[in-house]
Write a protein that binds this ligand. Structure first.
Ligand code: SF4
Length: 280
């Protein structure tokens, strides 16, 4: 039930005339999209006020299926587009859907400055450890020793902790969740949407087709259970007894930084300067 007493029905938010969708069987991105739309429904945000900006990749394609204002922009640039959109139309609820390659590699600089500015935008970054749509290349979040089309001997780079970066760069709210914990993911996204400032939510998703098959990670169900096992037990009471991945992750709301929202801060500053100079 949402705040208006209405039951969530995902079909209210989808452009079903575009189906069948492009996602591979077992892909975690569909679960993430459902959680995001569920959070929006609980907050009862008017669809006319919703603006989704997405980049390139399997994550970026999700925006096309949402029945709201949607912008599919160039690779790595959704946060730059979203910044302009939010400044021009502060009445809109601007949401960015991006992937680990789009957000951390090609668009990494935009992420740093979006966090630093703290404009009221929610950014959902889907982390599937790979560039799925463009051919399965290594990304900044590919786990050590995993195989991709560009790391045939296994990845030898350390994993990029996107949440640590976002917190250090000043994001107003930082969170992370796995797709298996869908209600928990919805709750973190809901908190991000409600937060006045820049919210960065990392969703640990799964690329079953390109990444999972290349690394013999098993079925989609086996992949999400492995992912669940990588969550630090002190953050998940019922952690299952499975081998840990090379790195462990924390989930939930990881950081909050209550500082002035960018646009509001600018408006106040300009008004004060005008008064001071007699321009008001
Ligand atoms: S290539 Fe991977 S990320 Fe893309 S839709 Fe298929 S499973 Fe999902």
């Amino acid at each position: 039930m949402n705040e208006a007493g209405k039951q969530f029905n995902i079909r209210d938010y989808l452009r079903e005339y575009l189906f069948p969708h492009f996602l591979c069987p077992g892909c975690g991105h569909g679960i993430a999209l459902r959680a995001l739309l569920w959070a929006i429904d609980e907050l009862d945000i008017d669809k006319d006020r919703l603006a989704f900006v997405s980049g390139i990749g399997c994550s970026g394609r999700l925006g096309a299926y949402i029945d709201a204002n949607t912008f599919h922009v160039t690779h790595g640039r959704p946060l730059a587009f979203a910044t302009g959109l939010k400044l021009a139309r502060p009445d809109l609820e601007v949401i960015v859907i991006t992937g680990d390659g789009d957000c951390l590699a090609i668009g990494g600089n935009h992420l740093i400055h979006a966090c630093r500015r703290n404009l009221n935008i929610t950014c959902m970054m889907l982390n599937n450890e790979v560039y799925g749509m463009t051919g399965g290349q290594v990304s900044p979040t590919t786990s050590s020793e995993r195989y991709t089309t560009t790391t045939p001997y296994g990845n030898h780079e350390p994993v990029f902790d996107a949440c640590a970066l976002a917190e250090a760069a000043g994001a107003g709210m930082v969170g992370r969740e796995i797709t298996l914990q869908t209600p928990g993911l919805k709750d973190v996204l809901r908190q991000g949407l409600a937060h006045e400032g820049f919210s960065f939510i990392e969703v640990m998703s799964d690329c079953t087709e390109v990444f999972g098959r290349k690394n013999d990670l098993g079925s989609s169900a086996e992949m999400v259970l492995t992912q669940k096992a990588s969550v630090r037990p002190d953050f998940l009471e019922d952690a299952v007894d499975q081998p840990f991945r090379p790195h462990q992750i924390k989930t939930g709301v990881l950081a909050k930084n209550d500082r002035p929202e960018y646009a509001e801060s600018w408006r106040r500053h300009i008004e004060a300067m005008k008064r001071e100079r007699g321009h008001a």
